[in-house]
Design a protein around this ligand. Structure first.
Ligand SMILES: NC(=O)C1=CN([C@@H]2O[C@H](COP(=O)(O)OP(=O)(O)OC[C@H]3O[C@@H](n4cnc5c(N)ncnc54)[C@H](OP(=O)(O)O)[C@@H]3O)[C@@H](O)[C@H]2O)[C@@H](O)CC1
Ligand SMILES: Nc1ncnc2c1ncn2[C@@H]1O[C@H](COP(=O)(O)OP(=O)(O)O)[C@@H](O)[C@H]1O
Ligand SMILES: [K+]
Length: 491
């Protein structure tokens, strides 16, 4: 796992470690790590034109000491100072090594640099960047040279990933001690480029992480053993589709079929059942007669280990009764799409002892918790946590970074995916896939996280089947088709 800690915890760990070390030792560790990444990516350090963008805090100090190290190796290092304050000792070290303030318009120095080191703000940055920082951030983002952000791209809120105004778009972010949540969560994450973690020795002083992102080896779908049979591997029941929407039923069922369940049962009104049978002959189907939506329907469907309810189900009384019946069981239930719209008016249905997984996008979450959609998109971490607490459920918030929250657990950030996933029907695939993983016995948080990982991986593989291939547009059905390859590519 990659771990991230909130800013307050990073500062507390730094204080604890600093108390045991000689003054300035921690900043030297950070600067040494930063300088070594700079040296590695430059074709040659000697003669390289390096511009440091330096704010008034310790983030600027890191940049100045790293600049001094590069200057000692022959780089031509210039400083663009933002504001009146500067880290005096760092500035003195840079000057002693031959670095100088940039003369003339900073725009020219930035445009002519081989490498720009962003030391405007780090974990101390709050709110939208002020001037002249904002202009310098914009100039760096547009410059032809490489941009390396020190700790956090300036303008990104390290704790949340919120970007309130202008912010640096880095090629590489060299972060110290631990990841910060804002480096893993959009919109901040998309400003970071490649994130490199420099160990400054915080290890034992850091508490449990607040946010974690899986590495491939962390994703462990249930594996069938020699004793497995279709029932022991887990049966998933899908309640989806209606007379109005049939595609959602086919796609959600497809996610379940390729998600590793021993069997998929599907129930709906006649038309979607017919289509699901055509697409997925291996699925056991039940036709629900119009008007019959109570618990008896579930008995007719047969035994399952987990339910998926909602895609294309409609939002009327029939859908509500079906949802009430399924949430009255003592089985894990995933609710998606139309099911979430119903839940927004029937939150009482969430008061149940068994696990519930909700998979909203920002619009659906907005209805569920009564927060504006724009606020959810700007501050995804805060809202997904709030939703998990208020709704007593595992909440997977879809979008440009998928987050999964469960009360009192670190929030999982999904590292896979592509913006090409933003196409109709891919969410339905995800619901069936997670349902299969739940039926296979994974706990809710692990099932949701593994499902999001495999779904994002399948989308990448569908869009660009090998590393050198250009990305092509994909359909939701392509994601279903690529799921076996996604499973195969796990270590
Ligand atoms: N502590 C340690 O042991 C270690 C810390 N390390 C490093 O220290 C960094 C944290 O340093 P920090 O606490 O000095 O804060 P920092 O990120 O430089 O920001 C403060 C400056 O930004 C300014 N500013 C804020 N918001 C702004 C805005 N919107 N627009 C414009 N300006 C804004 C603010 O100005 P003010 O508001 O005070 O006028 C102040 O000048 C951390 O990220 C890591 O790089 C490493 O060396 C490892 C050891
Ligand atoms: N900008 C984006 N980058 C990456 N993935 C995205 C982006 N926007 C949406 N997605 C993903 O695409 C899928 C869309 O799901 P959803 O909104 O439910 O669509 P639908 O209801 O049409 O199936 C989700 O997995 C979501 O995380
Ligand atoms: K920075």
């Amino acid at each position: 796992m990659r771990y991230a800690h909130e800013v307050g915890k990073v500062r507390a760990a730094e204080r604890a470690l600093m108390a045991r070390l000689p003054e300035g030792a921690l900043m030297q560790r950070a600067a040494a790590g930063l300088a070594s990444v700079c040296a590695r990516v430059l074709p040659a350090v000697y003669g390289a034109r390096v511009v440091l963008l330096v704010g008034g805090g310790d983030n600027g100090g890191d940049a100045l000491y790293a600049g001094a190290r590069l200057a000692r190796r022959g780089a031509r290092v210039h400083v663009v100072q933002a504001g009146s304050k500067i880290h005096e000792a760092g500035f003195a070290a840079l000057r002693a090594a031959g670095g100088r303030p940039a003369a003339g318009d900073p725009a020219d120095a930035i445009a002519g640099a081989d490498l720009i080191v962003d030391g405007l703000t780090g974990i101390g940055g709050t709110g939208a960047l002020r001037e002249p920082h904002a202009r310098l951030a914009a100039l760096a983002s547009e410059a032809p040279g490489l941009v390396i952000a020190c700790d956090v791209p300036s303008g990104v809120d390290a704790g949340t990933g919120e970007v309130a105004g202008e912010a640096v778009h880095a090629d590489i972010t060299v972060t110290f001690g631990t990841h910060k949540p804002g480096l893993l969560i959009d919109p901040g994450a998309s400003h970071c480029g490649v994130v490199e973690l420099v160990d400054i020795g915080l290890g034992d002083d850091l508490p449990d992480p607040d946010v974690v992102a899986a590495r491939p080896a962390d994703v462990r779908p249930p594996e069938p053993g020699p004793e497995s049979d279709k029932y022991r591997r887990g049966v998933v029941g899908v309640l989806a589709g209606g007379d109005a929407y049939t595609g959602a039923a086919v796609l959600s069922t497809g996610g379940a079929v390729h998600g590793g369940a021993g069997m998929v049962r599907f129930a709906s009104v006649a038309h979607p059942v017919e289509l699901v049978r055509q697409h997925w002959p291996e699925v056991v189907t039940t036709v629900i007669e119009p008007g019959a939506h109570d618990a008896k329907v579930l008995e007719r469907v047969g035994r399952v280990q987990a339910w998926v309810a909602g895609p294309g189900l409609g939002t009327g009384d029939a859908a509500e009764s079906l949802l009430e019946a399924v949430l009255s069981t003592d089985l894990p239930v995933l609710v998606d799409a139309d099911g979430l719209t119903v839940l927004a008016r029937r939150r009482d249905l969430l008061l149940r002892p068994a696990p519930t997984v909700l998979t909203p996008h920002a619009g659906e979450l907005s209805r569920l918790i009564g927060a504006p959609r724009e606020d959810i998109e700007a501050r995804r971490l805060e809202h997904v946590r709030r939703a998990a607490a208020e709704l007593s459920a595992t909440v997977l918030l879809k979008g440009s970074t998928t987050l999964i929250a469960e009360q009192d657990r670190p929030v999982r950030v999904n590292p896979t995916g592509t913006p090409r996933l933003a196409t109709a029907g891919t969410g339905d695939v995800l619901s069936g896939l997670i349902g299969a993983l739940l039926a296979g016995g994974l706990p809710a948080l692990d099932a949701a996280a593994a499902g999001a990982y495999l779904h994002g991986l399948a989308a990448r593989l569908a869009s660009a089947p090998h590393p050198d291939a250009a990305e092509a547009p994909i359909s939701a059905q392509d994601v279903v088709t690529a799921l076996p390859e996604a499973f195969r590519s796990l270590p």
